[in-house]
Design a protein around this ligand. Sequence first.
Ligand code: NAP
Length: 273
Amino acid sequence: MILDGKAVSQKILEQVRKRVEAENIKAHLVVILVGEDSASKIYVKNKKIAAEKVGIKSTVIELPDSTTESELLDKIDKLNKDQDVTGILVQLPLPEHIDKNKIVQAISPKKDVDGFTPENVGKLAIGLEPYFYPATPQGIIMLLDEYKIPLEGADAVVIGRSNIVGRPIAQMLLRRNATVTIAHSYTKDLESKIKTADIVVSAVGKKVVRCKMVNRNSVIVDVGIFRGSNGKLTGDVDFDLVSPSVKYITPVPGGVGPMTIASLMYNASKVYH
Ligand code: NAP
């Protein structure tokens, strides 16, 4: 059965829109884009369209590639102090001369809609409530919950340990009382770990989950998105061969991608003063 991220994301966006309207939420998301990365431009455009859809004001600040680290830090400082701005998102990747960690750390945790600041990450890790959960992992949990997939006691394998997906989804599954294994490029015998898992979340960016690895009761969440050799967008999972052999699976595209946007808008509608 397909975990339909497209349909569920529409439902969540509609819930956010209704709440923003009913509670007269005055949210203002500022997205900073540095440089000319074409994929980043598309992501930023999609975020702006989604914000408009749900009634959240959004501003895109486009800065040239030549922007210095201190100029960017200055900009963030001003946005942190601006009462009208409730969410700040710096689109990654940044040009090489800018230290991503310094920039992320400069964002006020109360405006950190990506959930990437040390305060929000730290709270997630020690079991406190962060101001924001990172968008992609939160979107995955929303999707699993929508299909009432039990997390408590489930054996989950997370493939990938990035700060934006692997680590936080592992923390969030753990918080929901799943038993979590985190796999990465040094993991031995990934196949046997996947074979016995109830839930597999793959966030790698290359084909790692094949048909013979899964079991009939597996729930497969494919976070990966990249262009295959035929130029088409594809995920980490060999969808055509794996999908008939598992209980649930997300398609690529149309699975985790739209859930990430919906989850981000959910975050952007949260206002802390
Ligand atoms: P990343 O930072 O490149 O991390 C990839 C992870 O995969 C690393 O932890 C790496 O291990 C691990 N890995 C690499 N080869 C492996 C192998 N053969 N077996 C097991 N693990 C392996 O990636 P990311 O930023 O998390 O993104 C992962 C994918 O998700 C990409 O395709 C990205 O485009 C996609 N993505 C999609 C969304 C969405 O909304 N749909 C959001 C974010 C990311 P090491 O740590 O040992 O190097």
